[in-house]
Structures are given as structure tokens and as C-alpha cells.
Design a protein around this ligand. Structure first.
Ligand SMILES: [Zn+2]
Length: 470
């Protein structure tokens, strides 16, 4: 099939299992009819952090957030931060108006998908930087719609706007449309992943798919390469762990969002989603990421880490021990990954493996790591932790909340009753639908970018992380 257009519909926050159940129950008839009847439904594996924004980078750039140097929805950069004077390159939150910085924050040597088309459109997406033709994007509308939906809870209105825009731009002949439907994510935060209002929104999106595609002839539809994707799932949250307050109880002076303008601080705490958080210790190393052997010699840090490890709601923590090795640890055991070799990972397991996969060899090929971890509660853990620690902006310590917990108690209005951001299966597994026939039944979200380029006949640059889906 010769495609001359591509449409990507991002159902933000859609979970694989929820979507799959609805599909099996025949509750998504339009997606079945227009996309899957001659296409493929795949289980997708997202990327860390499993949050809106960073987890969109794989779709637009074909690389992981760590390589993009955008490792969190909030981050702090010890390599540039000068004490007392905080500038725009030191700290970031993409929540709210900061979302428009993401496109310019992505490392410059990667080419966005928009660049391959002559009339690209971005509808409500965070990533709106392009280098050749002007990318049409709707920053003012996005701001107004998001403010309205934030205060009224009517996120369905925003999805409606996106759907109408997609329909109009297809009619106007735009050749690449990236479109963000934020309602499933936002409504799930207010309720839970299988709340009736959330399920209704999945069905509403299916109706929109019908509206978008029903007026096209088979010939017209056959020229459009379609992907319906999701960036992450969510899990129900019953307890908020006050990570910032815990740090204050240990005697730290923290900076965190929205309180980032403190003149004296000795720790930065940056949550993503909010089931994952970065901790940056300013003692003893304040100008680069610190290794465990460095930050753990400070008594206060050591006490705080032990307190986190003994907390019921903390699943595990991760940190660097040298330039190529990281450790993932909980109170029952730890696993050490050595990433020195490009294609093989060395493993050392002490006690129980916090990431659950069986370690009966001392190394595995990188190419097998997804299969190796797929059936655990933390799918693709090895590759995802490796890519996350690729960025200097990733914390000295990365904290992962247990299922049911998150890491941010205050300053989140309305209260979040569901969370994402971590390696949990419910956050990592996402539905992927395409109207192309593929043999595979699963992929990583980072693989969609090269698959689109391949189907459209473009060369695929060697500096990306994704692989063409077979
Ligand atoms: Zn999202």
C-alpha cells in the first residue's frame, strides 16, 4: 500500500487491559471497523517516565526520554544549577504553561516526525518544535481549553475539540496529523482507571474515530497510515506519601514544585506522574549527578534513604554506582545492572530481585531484555532504567511508589485518585492500533516512529532507539 498521509491519535492515559476488554466486548466498533479490520492491535510498552509529555517523545522522535534529556515531567539539573540563582535551564515543570518548553528541551540532534511532511499539524501535543516547514499548532487554544477543563472537570470537551480538528485537517489535505486526546488521563486522575466515566470516554473516542473516518472512501482511507496509541496507563491511588514533608522531617530544606524559589536548599524533589520521583542531594556533590558511594556518606542522606526503604508505600529505589552501573533496591534485596557493554547487560542479584525476573545467568543480551521482563509486574524494566539514567537530569535517587501509592501529597488540585509515572505493568502497557497488517503482537512505543518512516519509504536515521515493527 502506498501511503501519502499519516494520522496519529494519542489516547492519553489509555490502558492496554481496559482497552482490550472493551474491544473484546464489542464496545469499540468503529476502531474495529475502520482501523483493525485490515490492521493490527498490539500491546505497546511505554517508556520511563510513564507520564504525559516525556512519554510522547518516543512517538515524535523515536527516542527515549532519557536520550532526549527530558527524563521527567519535572526535573532539576545539578550540572547547570547555581545556588541561589535559578534560571530556566536549571529546573523545569511541564505541568501548566511550562509544557510549551518541551519541544525546545529535546536534544537538538533528533528530528521530529513533523519534519518528514510538508503540511504537518500538531493538535494539543506538548512537542511542537519543527525545523523545516512551519508546524501548525494551537498553543492559545490549548491553554484556554485546558484552563476551562481543569476548573470544570469537563475534559470531554477537549477531546471533542481534538476530534473535530482532526476531521477538518484531513479534509484540508494535511499530510501528518498528531493529535492529543487528554480526557482519559485527566478523568482517570479524578476517579480510577475503570470508573464508568472513564470507560464512557473510551467509547466516546471510538465514536470520534467513526466520525473522523466514515466519510472517507476506502481509497482515501487506504492512503492514510493510522496509528491509535497511548502514552501510559494509570493505577488507582489510595495513599499519598508526603515525600517533601518526609524530607523536612529529616532536616532538609527542599525545593520542589511550586516552591522552587527558596534561596537556601539542600535537596530537590521532582515528582513525575506522581508514582515516580527524582531526589537530588546537594551534599556532597552539587554540580553533577552523584554516585551512591558519594551521597551515602552524608549521614542525613543515609538516614533518609533508610527511611524510604522501610516505608510501606515505596516499591524500590534506583541509583548510579559508577558511570555504567545502576542498582535497583528494596528492603528485601537488590539487583545491579552493568551497562558497560553495548549489547549485553551484566546482572548481579543479592536477595530477592525487586524487579521480579529470574536471574539464572550473569548476563543477558540487550535484545532479549523485553522478553525477559515481559511477564513480571515491571515489564521492560532493564531497558527503561538504562535509558532513564542516560540523562544527567535524572535524580541521584529515583523513587518508585508501590501500586496504590503516590509521592505527592500537597499542591495537586483536584486530588489525584490515580497515578502513573512508574514501571508498573498498569502504567507501562498501552494499546496500539494501526491499519497496517503486522506480524508482531507487541512493540515498544518507541518503535512506532521508525515503522511510520519505513512505511512511507524514508530512510531511518541510526541515532534513534526504536526498531521497525515486523
Ligand atoms: Zn498521559
Amino acid at each position: 500500500m502506498d501511503y501519502d498521509k499519516c494520522v496519529m491519535l494519542l489516547f492519553d492515559g489509555a490502558r492496554f487491559d481496559v482497552f482490550n476488554d472493551l474491544l473484546k466486548a464489542d464496545k469499540l466498533p468503529n476502531i474495529k471497523k475502520y482501523i483493525l479490520s485490515n490492521g493490527t492491535f498490539l500491546k505497546g510498552y511505554s517508556s520511563l517516565p510513564t507520564t504525559t509529555g516525556p512519554a510522547h517523545i518516543p512517538f515524535i522522535y523515536g527516542i527515549y526520554p532519557g536520550k532526549a534529556n527530558v527524563p521527567g515531567i519535572r526535573w532539576f539539573d545539578k550540572t547547570t544549577a547555581k545556588r541561589n540563582i535559578m534560571t530556566n535551564s536549571d529546573i523545569r515543570s511541564y505541568v501548566g504553561p511550562g509544557c510549551f518548553s518541551m519541544g525546545t528541551d529535546v536534544a537538538k540532534n533528533y528530528i521530529p516526525l513533523y519534519n518528514y511532511f510538508s503540511k504537518p499539524i500538531n493538535i494539543l501535543g506538548f512537542l511542537d518544535k519543527n525545523y523545516n516547514v512551519k508546524l501548525k499548532t494551537d498553543r492559545i487554544q490549548k491553554t484556554l481549553y485546558y484552563i476551562y477543563a481543569h476548573y470544570t472537570g469537563k475534559w470531554g470537551v477537549v477531546d471533542y475539540f481534538t476530534a473535530q480538528s482532526v476531521k477538518r485537517y484531513i479534509e484540508q489535505g494535511n499530510d501528518f496529523i498528531f493529535s492529543l486526546f487528554p480526557a482519559i488521563d485527566e478523568i482517570t486522575h479524578l476517579h480510577n482507571p475503570v470508573h464508568e466515566k472513564v470507560l464512557r470516554q473510551y467509547c466516546k473516542l471510538d465514536e470520534f474515530v467513526g466520525e473522523i473516518f466514515h466519510s472517507l472512501s476506502d481509497g482515501e482511507l487506504g492512503k492514510i497510515l493510522v496509528f491509535i496509541v497511548s502514552d501510559h496507563g494509570l493505577s488507582k491511588t489510595h495513599t499519598h506519601i508526603p515525600l517533601v514533608n518526609l524530607s523536612k522531617e529529616e532536616g532538609y530544606l527542599p525545593i520542589f514544585y511550586p516552591k522552587i524559589l527558596r534561596r537556601k536548599y539542600d535537596i530537590a524533589i521532582m515528582e513525575s506522574g506522581n508514582a515516580m520521583a527524582f531526589i537530588y542531594f546537594m551534599e556532597p556533590v552539587n554540580n553533577r549527578p552523584a554516585l551512591y558511594g558519594e551521597f551515602n556518606i552524608v549521614d542525613k542522606n543515609k538516614k533518609f534513604i533508610n527511611r524510604l526503604l522501610s516505608h510501606d508505600g515505596i516499591d524500590f529505589i534506583a541509583y548510579r554506582i559508577d558511570n555504567s552501573s545502576i542498582v535497583v533496591r528494596n528492603r528485601h534485596g537488590e539487583i545491579i545492572f552493568d551497562f558497560k557493554e553495548n549489547e549485553r547487560i551484566k546482572l548481579i542479584n543479592i536477595g530477592d530481585n525487586p524487579l521480579e525476573f529470574k536471574v539464572d545467568k550473569d548476563s543477558i543480551p540487550l535484545s532479549e531484555s523485553l522478553n525477559f521482563t515481559m511477564n513480571t509486574n515491571y515489564p521492560d524494566s532493564i531497558v527503561q532504567l538504562r535509558q532513564l539514567f542516560n540523562s544527567n537530569r535524572t535524580g541521584d535517587l529515583v523513587i518508585f511508589a508501590k501500586d496504590g501509592f503516590d509521592l505527592r501529597e500537597r499542591y495537586e488540585w483536584p486530588e489525584h485518585r490515580s497515578s502513573h509515572g512508574s514501571l508498573l505493568k498498569s502504567h507501562m502497557e498501552v494499546p496500539i492500533c494501526t491499519n497496517i497488517k503486522l506480524k508482531s503482537t507487541s512493540c515498544r512505543t518507541v518503535d512506532i516512529f521508525p515503522t511510520i518512516l519505513y512505511k512511507l519509504g524514508y530512510n531511518i536515521s541510526s541515532n534513534i532507539d526504536g526498531k521497525v515493527i515486523q
